[in-house]
Write a protein that binds this ligand. Structure first.
Ligand code: ZN
Ligand code: ZN
Length: 487
């Protein structure tokens, strides 16, 4: 009897193993079969791109395809977002897969039969519109994934939530949007997502490759404005006024000293860039005031907070030393894109099954930012890159994202589909993964929960000469009430 039982046990194990191996082979074949259709979707989306919160035709296409597959579909989430829900035949966890949908105000210069000729109004200007960040490929790959998985539904454990998100590049002025709004509108809660994955195509990574990083991957992006106020005078008699122009130049040097002398750069990099200065009308007039604006990039929550405080202190003290005043405002655009290490560790074999171990590469920190970072407030998350550069090309010769010459070789979009599908079939929910994510979300970051996001913008505008208090100190009942009535 014992013999029979152990034989049965061994047989079951073998069956399970064969079953698992079979799934990846089946997934990979199905992903290759759907590739021509995925390329068709991608090229159509590429030809007719739409800016953030205006992805109407894109949303229609997504909705139509998801309904054709028999998925439960929700529309108009965070303006134009679409969510498809696929319930597997077997019980299991709920996985979120996300693609962003928006294009950029860039005029395409690439000579392609499906190049974009679209034009639109943006901030009062007529601009070209182009999928210059490759979000067209993300939508196409996620639709392909939905197609492959829906045909394997009976063997699927748990639920898959396909999240098509608008406005990753930022909502138009005065509007809310993107991942923060998707989270606010409950996309992670109904059904409750246990882990979420996102893809970004990369124009400087060769096709057929996946790049990933465990822990902090992409930077938090803050935008800041500094208003320096002096006293207007004749350009020939600077001593009779207070010069905001020379004060601003000292402040810019001071900001770079924060990076080079005060930030612990061996822990994580920090970037402060002043990208805009406005002030003055004429060569021989020292103006009354000047405004400059820039961006801060950090890869660590604590360093982000510390950098904010140092910027305020440095600006205040330099202005004070010449009798000027300075007003600093900082607005957080995205958080650090943090890949939960336990989740990364568990997911790597799924990548290897998809494209072979030699094509799965660890990468460096990225100082660019992603609003995918907001999903990790709700669940362990993993954001990775897929190659879109033609094989053999030198990355230095490949146009970067957001440029008119940006180009993606779409012949290997099956890589993203394989990765997504294998992840879904291999995922095992563990307490360790959930815990690892919770531990990393500091109270500070949690206090930036989405429902207070807009209110924070108001609170961050501080009085001149006052150093900003930690964000958490603003989280009193009054602020919450104010936000409650907003949402
Ligand atoms: Zn982009
Ligand atoms: Zn992008």
């Amino acid at each position: 009897m014992k013999k029979i039982l152990s034989a049965f046990f061994i047989f079951s194990l073998t069956t399970i193993n064969v079953f698992a191996a079979d799934m990846s082979a089946e997934i990979n074949q199905a992903s290759e079969r759907i590739l021509p259709q995925v390329i068709k979707w991608r090229r159509h989306l590429h030809q007719y791109p739409e800016l953030g919160n205006r992805e109407f035709r894109t949303a229609e296409l997504i909705e139509r395809e998801l309904r054709r597959l028999g998925l439960e579909v929700r529309t108009k989430i965070a303006h134009t977002g679409v969510v498809g829900i696929l319930r597997g035949g077997l019980p299991g966890a709920t996985i979120g897969l996300r693609a962003d949908m928006d294009a950029l105000p860039v005029s395409e210069r690439v000579n392609l039969p499906f190049a974009s000729k679209e034009k639109t109004e943006y901030n009062g200007q007529t601009v070209g519109v182009m999928h210059a960040c490759g979000h067209d490929t993300h939508v196409a790959m996620l639709l392909g994934t939905a197609e492959v998985l829906s045909k394997m539904k009976n063997k699927l454990r748990g639920t898959v939530v396909f999240i098509f998100q608008p406005a990753e590049e930022g909502a138009p002025a005065g509007e809310e949007g993107g991942a923060a709004l998707m989270v606010k509108e409950g996309v992670m809660d109904k059904p409750k997502i246990d882990a979420i994955f996102g893809i970004h195509i990369n124009s400087q990574t060769e096709i057929g490759k996946i790049k990933y990083k465990s822990g902090s991957f992409m930077a938090a992006a803050d935008w800041f404005t500094i208003k320096v106020k002096g006293r207007q005078t004749h350009g020939a008699y600077p001593w009779s006024g207070i010069d905001p122009v020379s004060t601003a130049s000292q402040i810019i040097q001071g900001l770079q000293m924060i990076v080079s002398r005060q930030s612990e750069l061996t822990k994580a990099p920090v970037v402060i860039t002043v990208g805009k200065i406005n002030g003055g009308v004429r060569e021989n007039i020292i103006p009354e005031e000047l405004t400059m604006a820039g961006t801060i990039r950090t890869l660590d929550d604590a360093m982000q907070k510390e950098t904010h405080e140092r910027i305020k202190l440095t600006t205040q003290k330099i202005a004070e030393s010449v009798g000027a005043t300075a007003e600093v405002s900082i607005e957080t655009k995205t958080l650090v894109t943090y890949n939960t290490p336990e989740l990364v560790r568990q997911t790597l074999p799924s990548f290897e099954k998809s494209i072979g171990k030699e094509n799965v590469l660890e990468t460096e920190w990225v100082m660019g930012a992603e609003d995918f970072s907001y999903y990790r407030l709700k669940a362990p998350a993993f954001f990775f890159q897929v190659g879109g550069m033609p094989a053999g090309k030198n990355p230095k010769d490949a146009a970067p994202h957001h440029t008119p010459d940006f180009f993606i070789d779409d012949s290997r979009l099956d890589v993203g589909i394989k990765a997504f599908c294998n992840i879904v079939f291999d995922y095992k929910p563990t307490a360790k993964i959930a815990q690892a994510n919770d531990d990393k979300i500091s109270a500070e970051i949690l206090s930036q929960q989405i429902q207070v996001e807009n209110c924070l913008k108001l609170q961050l505008f501080d009085k001149p000469f006052q150093i900003l208090k930690p964000v958490s100190e603003f989280m009193d009942a009054k602020v919450f009430n104010l936000c409650g009535s907003n949402s």
